[in-house]
Design a protein around this ligand. Sequence first.
Ligand code: SF4
Length: 418
Amino acid sequence: MLVERLLTTYLKYKNARLLRFNEFEELSAPVPEVMREYLLYIHIPFCEELCPYCSFNRFKLETDLARRYFRALGKEIGMYKDRGFDFSSVYVGGGTPTVLPDEMAELLMRLKTDFSIREISLETNPNHLDDNIVEKMKQAGVNRLSVGVQSFNDDLLRQMERYHKYGSGEEIKNRLSSLMGFFDTLNVDMIFNFPTQTAEMLEFDLETIKEIQADQVTFYPLMVSDHTKFELAKRFGKISYDQEKMFYDKISDSLESGYSCGTAWCFSRKKSMIDEYVVDYDEYIGVGSGSFGYVRGACFANTFSLKDYIGLVDNSMLPLMAKRRFKLKDQASYYLMMKLFSTSMDIDVANYRFNGQFESLLFKELNALRLYGALTKKGNRLILSKKGRYMWVIMMREFFTGVNNFRDICRSVIKQGS
Ligand code: SF4
């Protein structure tokens, strides 16, 4: 427990430093490398209603504004095409990407014409699992649908203000069950370590996942920005990590048979895309308000203001607001964190990517991880142990918490809803 606490504190400091965008660099836009495969991340920042624990860049849906936003998205993606980018994979996140299904389907169809798209993953909420929407998404080429469920426990759903929006746990379970097999992969997004969640509630969730034979399930630890943490604590009590490991062990033990690890917190019955596209794609472009991209060792962030986003794109300008170039060692650390999140990685590929310097750049870190028992080396592969998998859950939790803090800072400087 002490090691986990120390690691959490250390990572908070390290991620805050890594994600500090205040050393504004010249905002030169990303340039593609020849022969490199890129993923396109599309952010749809609209939701019909806003959840209290959510730290994403999201706004309450206004239909006219959202239609203008979809027009701007098409134009922004076109600017990357003009710069020479091609995309083999698309991930659509939010917000709720299916708030305007016709617009979404039209955009995806256009992408398939303009780029070498092989796979599309899209997030949605349980109230959008009706025949009309899922049929449209399938026809538009969606291979993987990821549904934000969080829990099947009605008390928790009420506390999260999801029960009245998305229905009871039983209703959600039945809708999911009827859709298994419709997409290549149907992923169920769940949460663990919510302040009022008990071990019994989690066991019930795990049993339900197995009962419906979900293709894939992603169990996220609660990870909120410091501001949201404060708001949540006022409503549900202090957020503690004391039970997190117990919850995580229950999840990995329960899903050990029948599922394999896509990442330390994503469990799949078959090989499939995963929510953490950063694991499979070293480099990606983010489009839409509040999205992030990572190209040639530099992280790019788009404006969080909808008004500025649409205005800039209407004037044929990329809506970038910040850029941070990582030092070589930070690039190697980021690469290690993302690749090993999938629980194993090829060390030869890593060395090739870093001109033979990967192991020497991270000599101390790799040795410390080996000594702690977090990883082993077999042939050319680094493999996370069970102990290491939980360690990576902490690392990724703190990384995304750092991203959420950055989002809060960006949102605080724009007017609400602007
Ligand atoms: S949790 Fe999902 S549905 Fe709720 S506000 Fe956040 S993005 Fe929207």
